[in-house]
Design a binder for this molecule. Structure first.
Ligand code: SAM
Length: 221
């Protein structure tokens, strides 16, 4: 059967104040997604991050970009001996972190573009870059973002991407529906991280061959 070329929805990348409705809901205290599927994905992502955090030396610097409403920053802020820097371009997202009520997190927020992080080279032991890659519409932009993250990290990077090797993506293609985000194949991802100078330690599907979201733990040589 011939499939028509995929129709992608516009990218949310680079919007500093859009999506106000969504972030306002966070501000109103409705931040935690109650959908069981999203809770499950969230738990898997947090487990990966928690395992990495447990391996960090005392006083390690952990950069969370984009931090969104602080889902991952919260895991870092719970560890007294880690130093968090949480960055996002969207001021409303940064404000919405306040619903989490996690001590020590709110004064670590910085509004910044992931392409131009206001951080020195190799200042972080770990950079967390969760749920961003699938917003990036093309390879040059993905590479640019990864290179900026590699510039800042001296050791570890956790990132994620949406895979085309998933039933949720394939089903949308078969039904001729528009594609949410910009999924790529695991081979495209491997090629990308290779070009950015990273090595992959682990690829963790959130649900093998079903969910689009895959978490990648990478090492900066
Ligand atoms: C899907 S959210 C993910 C947030 C968080 N990492 C998480 O997993 O909960 C994507 C985030 O990327 C942010 N963003 C979009 N473009 C950005 C850019 N150029 N620089 C920094 N953050 C950006 C958005 O404001 C949004 O908070």
């Amino acid at each position: 059967m011939l499939l028509r070329s995929p129709k992608y929805r516009p990218s949310q990348f680079g919007q500093s104040s859009a999506d106000r409705g969504r972030t306002d809901r966070y501000l109103a205290g409705d931040a935690l997604d109650r959908d069981p599927r999203m809770i499950r994905i969230d738990r898997i992502e947090q487990d990966v991050v928690d395992r990495c955090l447990a391996a960090m030396p005392d006083h390690a610097v952990v950069v969370d970009v984009p931090c969104g409403n602080g889902r991952m920053s919260q895991c870092v802020a719970q560890q007294d001996l880690l130093q968090l820097v949480a960055l996002d371009l969207n001021q409303h997202m940064l404000q919405s972190m306040s619903v989490r009520n996690q001590a020590g997190m709110l004064d670590r927020r910085v509004q910044a573009d992931v392409l131009h992080l206001p951080l020195p080279n190799k200042c972080a032991d770990l950079v967390i870059n969760m749920r961003m890659m699938h917003h990036l519409p093309n390879r040059p932009l993905r590479l640019k973002v990864l290179r900026e993250l590699v510039r800042v990290s001296r050791d570890w990077l956790i990132t994620s991407f949406w895979t085309t090797h998933s039933w949720r993506y394939i089903r949308r293609r078969l039904l001729g529906k528009s594609i949410r985000g910009f999924p790529i194949s695991p081979y495209q991802f491997m090629d990308l991280v290779d070009e950015a100078g990273l090595t992959i330690e682990q690829l963790i599907p959130t649900r093998r061959l079903y969910e689009e979201q895959v978490v990648a733990v990478c090492r900066v040589p």
